[in-house]
Design a protein around this ligand. Structure first.
Ligand SMILES: NC(=O)c1ccc[n+]([C@@H]2O[C@H](COP(=O)([O-])OP(=O)(O)OC[C@H]3O[C@@H](n4cnc5c(N)ncnc54)[C@H](O)[C@@H]3O)[C@@H](O)[C@H]2O)c1
Length: 153
């Protein structure tokens, strides 16, 4: 059975890159979820239509509906605001934590058994948001993001 990875915020820069890498390496079917519904659908279609050309046999879909995410093995969360001018990393906590709080009930409802990989800033606080929603969530730190952030700190 094929694996399934959902990328929340997958219409954005980081999420679309993650989705494309997973699909092109034929690691799993990919579900892209984003509040920017039509952009998510377009990004998903672009990636999906590339796959046969490079020999990857996966399905990729995009939109704002969480239904297709059901049964995901992994959920990567890249939905978040990038740090703007004059913002400290701590300034990101408030806005991105609120985004995470809005996503957490969807994780509980649609992907309760998935491993959750927070990939936006600040990653450690994301874990707290997800774990508040359901203590049994399996959360994984992503190796690249924290390493990158640590080097910048
Ligand atoms: N640590 C690092 O090295 C590093 C590098 C790049 C980006 N980041 C972080 O990754 C995150 C994303 O960056 P980006 O450049 O892709 O930003 P982006 O603005 O391009 O993408 C974010 C996406 O999230 C979506 N989104 C917002 N709220 C949502 C919600 N509730 N549900 C679903 N989708 C939602 C937006 O519509 C957008 O498409 C930011 O938090 C950024 O700080 C970290």
């Amino acid at each position: 059975m094929k694996r399934k990875v959902t990328v929340v915020g997958g219409a954005g820069n980081v999420g679309a890159t993650v989705a494309r890498q997973i699909a092109e390496k034929e690691l799993a079917d990919v579900v892209i979820i984003d509040i920017a519904e039509s952009k998510a659908a377009g990004v998903g279609l672009d990636i999906y239509e590339t796959c046969p050309i490079i020999g990857s046999d996966v399905r990729v879909i995009g939109g704002s509906d969480w239904g297709p995410a059901a049964g995901s093995d992994i959920v990567v969360i890249t939905s978040g605001k990038p740090r703007g001018p004059n913002m400290s990393r701590d300034d990101l906590v408030r806005d991105n934590f609120n985004i995470m709080k809005s996503i957490a009930p969807k994780l509980v409802e649609h992907t309760p058994d998935a491993i959750i990989i927070p990939g936006r800033q600040p990653a450690r606080r994301d874990g707290a948001g997800a774990l508040q929603a359901r203590p049994s969530f399996r959360k994984s730190g992503s190796s690249a993001w924290p390493a990158c952030s640590t080097r910048r700190a």
